[in-house]
Design a protein around this ligand. Structure first.
Ligand SMILES: Nc1ncnc2c1ncn2[C@@H]1O[C@H](COP(=O)(O)OP(=O)(O)OP(=O)(O)O)[C@@H](O)[C@H]1O
Length: 287
């Protein structure tokens, strides 16, 4: 199924904004399974874009495809104006320095301390003295809201919230322009999740960061996201500010934003049968 014209990610002329990542007609699949087809998405400079979709629809796969970790079957991906398929490996390495990633569960190296984890990308991409590596790592650890004494702890000694912050410190290691966060508040209690949202919003404002955040957390979507894009049936069902989501007629989006666990908002209540219809659409597309 192709996207309708209003979901083609083309910014209207009156609000032309700098695009950091541009995805066009993307097709990704594994074996006989197609995960996405004809997917278009732009991520604008300085925004926090929340990315939602039912379990297994392909949110992580899209993130990993943008990062070059999953091969696409068709389509183009531009990062910072460069078609990632048309640049040499050396330039791709330079692009990789311009983004940071927080994977689901943090993906920290268990045998390394927090400080050593944060230093990993710096050691890989930059040449600097151990003293400078230490200073910068401590700065990132602090920026991520951790106490300095967390630096010498191992991941197994950290709480879930601390692991997320340590992973964020590592994502910030190379002073990225954009960070990809895969479910950053999952597993955190509501207070920890709200604190993490505040941290993301502060970093966006103070560093001018662009944030792409895969999330199931409605509170994050309401409180920190400038725009939201919803994935379903292999393409973007709708994108825009929260008001666009609340006004959408798409069954999955209605089930998500107006369903039982949705916030009490001034939106239309669910119509009979819609919740079941939305649930039925939760899984990814199989072609
Ligand atoms: N390497 C792979 N090989 C085969 N199938 C894969 C691979 N990676 C992901 N998939 C499949 O792609 C689909 C999308 O997975 P993905 O992890 O992107 O979903 P998601 O939307 O992030 O889900 P969740 O919200 O549960 O994390 C799933 O059916 C998954 O099994």
């Amino acid at each position: 199924m192709q996207q309708s014209p209003e979901h083609t990610s083309a910014p209207s002329p009156e609000k032309k904004r700098e695009v950091v990542i541009s995805v066009r007609n993307l097709e990704v699949g594994f074996g006989s399974k197609t995960i996405m087809k004809g997917l278009n998405l732009d991520i604008y400079k300085g925004e926090i874009l929340g990315f939602v979709g039912g379990s297994g629809t392909g949110k992580s796969v899209l993130t990993r495809t943008i990062l070059g970790l999953v091969q696409k079957r068709a389509g183009t991906i531009e990062a910072f104006g460069y078609d990632i398929d048309k640049i040499p490996e050396t330039q791709h390495r330079l692009l990789e320095r311009r983004w940071g990633v927080l994977f689901q569960q943090g993906a920290l190296f268990s045998s390394l301390t927090v400080k050593q984890n944060v230093q990993m990308p710096m050691r890989e991409y930059l040449k600097m003295s151990d003293r400078l590596l230490d200073e910068i790592a401590m700065m990132k650890i602090e920026m991520a809201g951790l106490n300095p004494d967390a630096a010498d702890k191992f991941p197994s000694d950290l709480s879930g919230g601390m692991i997320k912050r340590a992973a964020l410190a590592r994502a910030l290691a190379l002073d990225p322009e954009i960070v990809f966060l895969d479910e950053p508040t999952s597993g955190l209690d509501p207070i920890g999740a709200a604190d993490f949202d505040d941290l993301i919003a502060t970093l966006q404002k103070t560093l001018g960061l662009t944030v792409f955040m895969v999330t199931h957390d409605l509170d994050s979507l309401y409180s920190v996201c400038d725009r939201i894009a919803a994935l379903g049936n292999g393409h973007i069902l709708a994108e825009g500010p929260i008001e666009t989501m609340l006004a959408s007629d798409d069954p999955w989006i209605r089930a998500y934003f107006h369903g039982k666990r949705a916030r009490a908002v001034a939106g239309e209540p669910m119509r009979a049968g819609e919740e079941e219809q939305g649930k039925a659409m939760q899984t990814g597309t199989e072609r």
